[in-house]
Design a protein around this ligand. Structure first.
Ligand code: FAD
Length: 480
């Protein structure tokens, strides 16, 4: 008989790689199958002509959150990559058409009165706006975890307008929900948003950072893979799972090209819907479950431009562009209309870790939202052109110093990650898809589980993916 494992993990994204590390640590004879020749899925970093180019930018909480927690659980703290926290580093924001520098306007340490003066000068903030905003923030800071759970079913737009009647403040909260969850203010859960921002009373405190060991963002999934192998997991790259073998409602193994590998437990990181519909097959599932999966809403798709620059021209770490009427632009983008102005989040990753670029060169990674659609449905050229125009506003002269610009559209993301859509984050954190309504980690097929951002319950994007693996083991797979 062919090989038999205790556990097969499909996919090496954050959720899959973390699952393999936890599985192997807990004594399961573990095999990880990855279809690509690189690790990390949507959290990959690729070598493009000597430049290490990321998909994403930054991590929330870094080693203080689940990314560090997985490696602590599996007794591999030494594998936690070094991080720099970016909250205090130089940032520029082109916000509603006005440029400001983070060092000048360091809101965290500013007295309230100074914040007010800045807001008044920059955005014509009135005294009443300020009082309303300060009251709302004070109210939010007092919310306990329990209060936040009770707010899981309330959308951001309703909550903010309940407590303050101010278009600008509505816009700011709506924008945060849209950026973090890929969901518009009428859909995004305010409980989830406040929890993920770490603004309530819970110990979760939001911060952002970046690993600086020369591997870019892929340092996270790669560190999990190293831990998995340290504990005896076997890894097969360039090995797509073609199907999950199911007999009498139970998992029996995974089919790869020309071979079946047997195991009584499978954790799939391939996406909750993709796993069920592509790998298991509708014939093994209740029609009601299939129609539930088909109704899931997804986060926005990420259009990512990776600039290789011939010399250092950027002195910031983070450069953001937020257009006025952000929410309208964001909903245009998510619904597939090229917005007149696209919001841009960019990071000069080589200013964080110079070893990512060849000596004397620089990297800028910029991302904008677009629709999460099936590959081939959207012509991305106008989106990319619009983004390039706006990046040139943020970094004047960038085009004269660009050696090449590598573009990854949602089509590329869908292709690379094997997902139906090129969504950046995963299943969207809308009020009907979070908390106990998050898609299930435990599949209706016995022995089949999901790990990844689709089924994660806490935090932001990669954090959710990694947390999903921790929760899965804690709740279902830790040997007693
Ligand atoms: C452009 C962009 C920018 C982003 N920026 C950030 C950011 O700054 N911060 C942040 O926290 N998050 C960011 N995200 C989101 C974050 O990257 C994802 O939410 C997270 O990485 C998803 O991880 P996952 O575990 O769900 O798996 P995925 O990353 O989706 O990985 C799934 C893996 O499974 C493999 N696979 C699929 N099917 C098969 C199969 N049949 N057989 C074998 N292997 C298979 C895939 O190849 C892939 O490696 C960004 C995403 C994008 C696209």
């Amino acid at each position: 008989m062919a090989d038999k494992y205790d556990l097969i993990v499909i996919g090496s994204g954050c959720g899959g790689a973390a699952s393999a590390a936890l599985g192997a640590y807990h004594g399961y004879r573990t095999l990880l199958l990855e279809k690509n020749d690189f690790v990390g899925g949507r959290c990959a970093t690729r070598d493009i002509r000597g430049f290490q180019m990321d998909h994403g930018h930054l991590f929330a909480r870094c080693d203080k959150g689940p990314h560090g927690e997985v490696l602590r659980i599996v007794k591999s703290e030494d594998l936690i990559p070094p991080f720099v926290y970016t909250d205090d580093l130089e940032a520029i924001h082109l916000f509603h058409g006005k440029m400001f520098h983070r060092k000048e306007y360091h809101f965290d340490t500013f007295p309230m009165i100074k914040i007010f003066l800045v807001m008044r000068n920059l955005f014509d903030f009135r005294t009443l706006d300020f009082i309303e905003g300060a009251r709302l923030i004070r109210r939010i800071r007092r919310l306990s975890d329990e209060d936040l759970r009770a707010l899981d079913n309330v959308d951001v737009a309703t909550y903010v307008s309940r407590h303050c009647n101010n278009a600008f403040i509505n816009d700011v909260f709506g924008a945060l929900g849209a950026v973090m969850f890929g969901a518009l203010p009428e859909e995004a859960s305010v409980g989830e948003l406040i929890r993920s921002l770490g603004m309530g009373k819970s110990p979760y405190k939001m911060s952002t950072g970046y690993p600086v060991n020369g591997e870019g963002v892929s340092a996270i999934p790669k560190s999990f893979m190293r831990a998995a192998e340290r504990h005896g997991a076997r890894v097969r790259m360039k090995t797509p799972a073609k199907g999950i073998l199911v007999e009498q409602g139970r998992v029996r193994g995974v089919e790869i090209e020309g071979e079946t590998i047997y195991a009584d437990r499978v954790i799939s990181n391939a996406g909750v819907r993709e796993t069920a519909l592509k790998l298991v097959g509708e014939q093994h599932l209740e029609p009601s479950f299939v129609s539930y999966l088909n109704r899931l809403k997804y986060s926005y798709g990420g259009i990512s431009l990776k600039y290789a620059l011939d010399r250092p021209i950027i002195d910031f770490i983070r450069g953001n562009k937020v257009p006025s009427d952000f929410i309208r632009h964001m909903s245009d983008a998510m619904e597939g209309r090229v917005p007149e102005e696209i919001s841009i989040m960019s990071v000069c990753t080589s200013n964080l870790d110079p070893s990512l670029a060849p000596e004397g060169k620089q990297i800028l990674v910029a991302i904008s939202p677009g629709p999460a659609v099936e590959p081939g449905k959207v012509r991305w050229k106008p989106w990319v052109e619009s983004m390039k125009r706006q990046i040139a506003e943020l970094v004047p002269g960038i085009n004269d110093h660009t050696l090449f610009c590598s573009v990854s559209t949602p089509d590329v993301i869908a292709h690379e990650s094997g997902r139906f859509f090129g969504d950046a984050v995963g299943v969207a954190q809308t009020i009907d898809q979070i908390g106990d309504k998050t898609p299930p980690a435990v599949s209706p097929i016995l022995g089949l589980y999901n790990a990844g951002a689709d089924v994660g319950c806490e935090g932001v994007a990669t954090e959710m993916a990694t947390q999903s693996a921790i929760d899965l083991f804690k709740n279902h797979l830790e040997p007693s």
